[in-house]
Structures are given as C-alpha cells and as structure tokens.
Design a binder for this molecule. Sequence first.
Ligand SMILES: Nc1ncnc2c1ncn2[C@@H]1O[C@H](COP(=O)(O)OP(=O)(O)OP(=O)(O)O)[C@@H](O)[C@H]1O
Ligand SMILES: [Mg+2]
Length: 494
Amino acid sequence: MNRVELINISKSFGGITALKSVTLKVMPGEIHALIGENGAGKSTLMKILSGAYTKDSGQIFLDGSEVQIRNTHDSKKMGIGIIYQEFSLVPALSVAENIFLNQLGATGFWMKWGRMKKKAEEIIHSIGFRIDPSLRAGDLSIAEQQIIEIAKALSENVRVLILDEPSAVLGPQEIQKLFDTLNRLKKEGVAIIYISHHLSEIFQIADRVTVLKDGSSSESLKVSETDRNSIIRLMLGRSLDAMYPVRNSIIGEEVLRAVDIYLANKVRGVSFSLKTGEIVGIAGLVGSGRTETVRAVFAADKRKKGKIFLFGKENQLGSPRKAVMMGIGMVPEDRKKHGVILPLTIKQNISLTDFNGISNHFGFIKAKKERNNAIGLITKMTIKTENENQEVSKLSGGNQQKVALAKWLNMDCRVMILDEPTRGVDVGAKVEIYNLINELSQKGIAILVVSSESSELMGICDRILVMRKGMIQGELEKKDYSEEEILRLSIGAN
Ligand SMILES: Nc1ncnc2c1ncn2[C@@H]1O[C@H](COP(=O)(O)OP(=O)(O)OP(=O)(O)O)[C@@H](O)[C@H]1O
Ligand SMILES: [Mg+2]
C-alpha cells in the first residue's frame, strides 16, 4: 500500500497554473525523487502536502485514507516532515530552540533548557554531525543551517519526509552523511520525497523518480530502469547535446592580481591572477575559504592584509561600490541576502546594476529600453515568469537565482566574479549559463568562478585553483583535470 497518494492535484496563483492534475504515489521505505525544470511546480506540490499552501482541487491519501491538510499543523500531526528549499530557521534563537520550535508552544510540552539542549545534541549526533546547540542559528554557516533544518524535521517522528533541494549548500562529506541518514530512515519504513537538480544524486540514492514538466507529472520510473538522457528528455522535452561550450576565447594580458590576501582566520595568504578572456575556477569544500576569498577581493569584507592590482596598478578597491566603479562585478553565493531584492520586480532588479545604460542625461529611466533589456535577459536565461513586472518573491527558487545572475550579467565590466552561479538551477538552464559565461569571456572579460561541482569547473575553466583551510593547495591546468585530483587537494589527502 502507498504511504502517500497525491491524486489529480491542481493549483493556480492568479493567472499562473502551477500544477495541472498532478499525481504522485510514494511507498513506505522508498526514496522517491521529484525532479523538473525551474518553475515546474515541485516546491508548490510539496507545500500542498505540508499544508503551507492549499490545493485548488484533488485528493490526498495517507496510508489509504483520505486526509484534509488545511495548514502546517495538520501535516505535522500526521507525521509529515519537510525541509523547505528556503531556510526557515529563526536567526536570533539558539540551535536547540530552533530544532524544537514547533513543539515549544504545544500544550503540555515544557522542556527545561538543559534537557532541550541535550536532546538537540542527540539528534544532531544521530545524523552524524557535531554542532553546539547553544549557538545562535544566525551565526552558523549555510551548510550548518541546512543540517539544523534536517535535525528539526527529524525532531518529531516522521512517516513522510520531504527534502526540497537539501544538498544545494552541502559539501560531498555532508551529502554522504545525509544519504546515510536517508538510507537508515528508509529501512525504518519512512516514505521519502527527494527534490534535487543533481541528477547524479538521483541515481545514487533514489528508488523511483517522477518528473514534473510545466505543472504536469510523468509516470514514475524505476531509477534502475532509466538513464540520465531519458530523464533529461522528460524534463526539458529535448535532449542536451553538449553540457559545456567549446572554449576558444583569446587569453590576453593580466587584468587582476591578488597578492597575499588575508581575511580574519578564513583566508590565509591567497595570491592569484586573472587575464582578459580567461575563466578561472576556485574549487574546494564548503568552508575552505573560497567565498571569503572572493568577498575579500570584491571588498565586501575587510581584508586584514593583501594587495590588489588592476592592470598592474595597485588599487585597494576599498568597498564593493569602488570595485563596481573599477569594472568588477560579483554574483554572491547567498543570493537571498545579497543577490536580489525580493519585493521588487524582475525588471527593477535587473535595472539596478545598469542604471547608466538605461537613463538619459536628465536621469530619467528610458522606460522602453529598460523593458526591452529586461525581456531580452528573461528570454536568454529562460526565466519562467508571466512578464518582466512579476515580483521576484513570487518566482520559484531557481528562477530567483537566474534573476540575480541576469542582474550582474547586465553590467558592463572587466572582471566578473561568480560564486556558485548554477546552484539550484535546472540542467537546461545550467547549459545556458555556461554559454553566457563563455560569451562574456569571448568579449575579453576575465571570469572567476567558485563552484562545488568539480565537473562544471572542469567543463568551463581554463585553470582551476583548489582551496583548503584558507589557502590555495594547488593549481590545475586543463591537461591535469580530474575529479580525483580536485578532491585530493580539497581534503588534503596524499
Ligand atoms: N506564492 C506564489 N505566488 C505566485 N506564483 C507562485 C508562488 N509560488 C510559486 N509560484 C509559481 O508557481 C510555479 C511553480 O513554482 P515552484 O516554486 O513550485 O517551482 P519549482 O519546481 O520548485 O522550481 P525550482 O526548481 O526553481 O525550485 C512558478 O511559475 C512560480 O512562479
Ligand atoms: Mg522549488
């Protein structure tokens, strides 16, 4: 018997139909992957199951009986746990308080701080991690925050566990621990729904897979009976010939040189250079100092020591504003916080970086130019939206990422720093982004890309720097590229 049956679920938001009669059935003790392009409806379907959204029509069955899920409280009572795509921790509360947040208000539940801390510690240990439960959630790294989200979902007994892109911010070791936990829960009979844009993960962990396309569901396939290309065809409606563009840009003179950069205890003596037309990657595990390095170059964080040279001349780039004035752009890793302004429209977000390009000398925005520019980028990056005036907060997670990227790609610059540019975007859009990066480099722009996906760095970069413990452990030329070598340098094994 199925643990969960979602039958003919439909849901619209104003004029947008997010789900058209979707059906999904998941058995106990099964890991069921739910995949699809950005905006296909995956998160919406899961939010209906968790009670965060209400369905327009359709039925939900749990262990064979129809249930009414009116709110998140209902779903929790039924044993449905969910880890949302967007984080839901309260930054000002401790780790322990966050884990037990849902239970704090429940009648009869009054836990002493000491006991709560101990229980929180136990849950964190049981999933293979060590994080002090008395720390403030807001002070944790994003990987640690994700681990706390998982602990929180497991603080109550779950019969159904939903994970909406849990691995996006985790490193390979943390993902392995997550998979160990999921396999254990699977043995205990939990029904698990796993959303991810990393197809390799689906083949590693899932038993069956269902594809959503434009709000409609495919039949469920056994993972052992399908392959990557068939899944991509179901998702995109076409196959992908090549993931990566052919590199033929002309690499010229040095544009930027960073010398002996130090940042608190996160970056310890990093030096590198970038040439015009060149794409350089920074690999390394989560926490190795990659993001801190690029933030230090961009002057988003204050360097303790170190020099920056632009075209051979020293320039300290005292602030991000000065960096932008000198022609350096950066797409940050944490796009919710630094990348997009959620209550503004797509057009307004895109226009923020190119104010000079679209305003005439009286300072008025040339409405038509602004609009066409925004529409051009929406098409190029396949941003799924009604139109350019849609509020960014209403877009799916991956489409918000694309707006952040479009916003910076819109800027005229000489150096572009991209921190995890394809995190959370679907395979089709990834290819579009690789092509855009390649096009920028062909225009002579120097590009620095931080990524946790070594295959993507090997696919697009001319050189790769591998970081560990705040230092560059090695630099790889194209002929020496291999996942093993990158991992070896990342973890410091011999
Ligand atoms: N609160 C909302 N208001 C208006 N439209 C919404 C809202 N939430 C989702 N949508 C729309 O519903 C559609 C499906 O979005 P959903 O977030 O379910 O996609 P997804 O498959 O999770 O994509 P991603 O891989 O990018 O996370 C999108 O067109 C999105 O813009
Ligand atoms: Mg989503």
